[in-house]
Ligand binder design. Structure first.
Ligand SMILES: Nc1ncnc2c1ncn2[C@@H]1O[C@H](COP(=O)(O)OP(=O)(O)O)[C@@H](O)[C@H]1O
Ligand SMILES: [Mg+2]
Length: 257
């Protein structure tokens, strides 16, 4: 089972966009996919057409991490992927996790350690470090980070690279991290300098596929659809880009459809 933790300690960079659309892309190539929404803001849950206020707290990610069996919490979505939804009560998730043995480092890995009917699990994280990110990286086989050519984003990436390096010492299954340029446009000389620095510093981790700003990714969440179901402008271009991204990840990790 391949477990992708989509992380970066900066909001609005495209973690939920990547989580939802990579999950939908994996489903399109006939893999069995579970998306776990680890962000109390529940953006991925909304994006998949599920209203978090209609989810019972014990049937959300909170339920799983409190010990409820996974199959009693997940729900199917119209994308062909299973979702473990977020719930507003997950605002207290960091405290719950930190109170578990070993500061909760292994709660998620343990919850996913039983044989599960999935090929791929995607973890959509909140833009925060702390116990939730730590338990996600302890369960992950790869970390994926979306970036833009901006100072704070590049700084957050540097912090995440260090965090992933530490997590690899506890989790030998964590193969490394991949960086995806999302909402990406290089217009000014300043942008070019950031792009250059990104290539110099993170060249081997940088995936080739670049996702530009596109209306399909701005507008599809409001309809509760991934770009694979969304039919508006530029959806087919964005679908192609997500399938390219998928191919890169599958080649890196030896995922076979
Ligand atoms: N490539 C893109 N083009 C246009 N809008 C995007 C793109 N990627 C993400 N968005 C939009 O930007 C906002 C923030 O993205 P989101 O995935 O929620 O970020 P994060 O999860 O990192 O906070 C969302 O409204 C999303 O629809
Ligand atoms: Mg998000």
């Amino acid at each position: 089972m391949h477990v992708y933790a989509v992380a970066l300690e900066k909001g609005g960079v495209g973690k939920s966009a990547l989580s939802v659309n990579l999950a939908a892309a994996f489903a399109r190539v006939q893999l069995r996919v579970l998306l776990i929404d680890l962000d109390a803001q529940a953006n991925a849950t909304h994006w998949l057409g599920v209203a978090p206020e209609r989810v019972r707290a014990d049937e959300s990610t909170l339920g799983l991490l409190m010990g409820k069996p996974l199959d009693q919490c997940v729900r199917a979505t119209a994308e062909g992927i299973d979702l473990l939804p977020a719930h507003p009560a997950m605002a207290s998730l960091p405290m719950h996790i930190a109170a578990a043995p070993n500061s909760g480092l292994f709660v998620l890995r343990d919850a996913l350690s039983h044989p599960l009917p999935y090929d791929v699990v995607i973890l959509d994280l909140a833009p925060a470090r702390g116990p939730v990110q730590a338990t996600a990286l302890a369960a992950a086989t790869r970390c994926v980070a979306p970036v833009q050519p901006e100072d704070l984003v590049i700084k957050a990436l540097g912090d995440l690279v260090a965090t992933v390096g530490q997590a690899q010492r506890l989790n030998p299954q964590l193969r490394g991290m991949s960086v995806v340029r999302n909402k990406y446009s290089v217009r000014s000389a300043g942008d070019q300098a950031y792009d250059h620095a990104l290539k110099e510093r993170y060249g081997p981790q940088l995936l080739k596929t670049v996702i530009p700003n596109r209306a399909a990714l701005r507008d599809s969440p409001g309809l509760g659809q991934s770009v694979f179901r969304y039919t508006g402008a530029d959806a087919s271009e964005v679908r192609g880009l997500f399938l390219d991204l998928l191919e890169e990840l599958m080649a890196l990790d030896g995922v076979t459809a």
